[in-house]
Design a protein around this ligand. Structure first.
Ligand code: NDP
Length: 341
């Protein structure tokens, strides 16, 4: 702790760090970005210039050896999340890691165990479960306002902007493709929404003109839960004008949410029942600030991160089951036992 504040080291200073997370960390009165390392030296230096007091490090090892760093935020490409998390935990740093937490379940499981053994907090930055809209929907479901949920639909096919058409559509080794990029978000969102674990999935992918190297740029899946609930998910990089949405249909009503699968604190949720339509009251808040706040509270011994390592594992397990279903053409059972059971 430097000056009573939690010192943060950034491993990776790319798009999500610069567009959202540095501000979200700095927005917490209790936090300070003190150190940054990116393979691209110019990016580290840019952050250090913009944030007085932050040091551009020469290497990950130098960042992890910096005593002013209490917690790291890992936002490098996906194949590096596991080794970087393990190195950070070994150095005694708390870890907030980007999604997908790893490329496979063995790595994800090890990340959880290594952090547990080191006594450090592990959080995964699944931002969507921090949306006020999703909280309002979850509460409405739990209060029984739509009766028993029987079906859900997630629309999360968007257009990947030109500046993001890099490793996501070109590099399988870095964890590119719509499944590890977007399906994993939806997997986490539906687990959060229904507070129930999915059991099986069927799915199909497409290459609609943007992705190369054998990667998918569109995917549709249907996820089955033990309660009988089925949820349809659509993710993609090539849909320019579709908008996003989330619907839950129950025995007594439906929840219709629009523009809610996004980084922005926006969107609406409408409850439709025999009494007509009501728009739920939503107090929007920055999703990333909430994610960091929950993580910091966990570091301070109050509560757990919004998405724990176990959540990251389970959401990854569903996403990898979607991929297996697309590759085999079969209905796939989602891997159990979970990481920590
Ligand atoms: P970018 O490519 O913009 O940024 C990644 C940065 O990490 C690049 O500067 C890259 O350098 C650097 N880098 C790669 N490997 C290392 C390493 N070993 N050590 C240090 N730096 C490294 O990607 P994004 O910011 O868009 O995405 C980063 C991660 O965040 C991904 O895991 C992604 O899935 C996740 N993400 C999460 C979001 C959310 O809402 N939770 C939103 C967007 C992304 P170089 O370019 O030279 O390789």
């Amino acid at each position: 702790m430097s000056g009573g504040k939690i010192g943060w080291g950034l491993i990776g200073a790319g798009t999500v760090a610069r567009e959202w997370m540095i501000d979200a960390i700095q927005a917490q009165g209790s936090c300070e970005v003190v150190s940054v390392y990116d393979i691209d030296r110019q990016r580290s230096e840019q952050v250090a210039r913009d944030r007085s007091g932050a040091r551009a490090e020469e290497s990950v090892e130098a960042l992890l050896a910096n005593d002013a760093v209490d917690a790291v935020y890992i936002s490098t490409t996906n194949e590096t999340h596991a080794p970087l998390t393990e190195a950070a935990a070994a150095a005694g740093k708390h870890v907030l890691c980007e999604k997908p937490m790893a490329m496979n379940l063995a790595d994800a499981r090890r990340m959880i165990l290594v952090c547990e053994q080191a006594g450090v907090i592990l959080g995964i930055n699944h931002h969507l479960r921090n949306a006020a809209t999703h909280h309002a929907m979850r509460q409405a479901i739990q209060e029984g306002r739509i009766g028993k949920p029987v079906a859900g639909r997630v629309f999360h096919a968007v257009y990947l902007p030109a500046h993001l058409q890099t490793w996501r559509v070109k590099n399988p080794g870095a964890g590119g493709g719509a499944i590890l990029d977007i399906t994993v978000h939806n997997a986490d969102t539906i687990r959060f929404l229904f507070d129930e674990e999915p059991e099986e999935v069927v799915a199909m992918v497409q290459t609609a003109g943007m992705a190369g190297s054998g990667l998918e740029d569109g995917v549709m899946s249907v996820v089955g839960f033990g309660s009988g609930l089925i949820v349809q998910m659509h993710e993609g990089f090539t849909v320019k004008y579709g908008g996003t949405g989330l619907e839950v249909h129950g025995t007594e009503g439906s929840l219709i949410a629009r523009d809610v699968m996004t980084q922005q604190p926006v969107g609406t949720v409408t409850l439709r029942t025999e009494d007509g339509e009501t728009e739920l009251a939503i107090e929007h808040q920055n999703l990333y600030e909430r994610s960091v706040r929950r993580f910091v509270e966990a570091v301070q011994g109050r509560g757990a991160p919004a998405a724990s390592g176990d959540d990251g594992f389970r959401s990854l397990a569903l996403s990898l089951a979607v991929r297996e279903a697309t590759e085999t053409g079969r209905r796939v059972t989602i891997e159990r036992p979970w990481a920590t059971q």
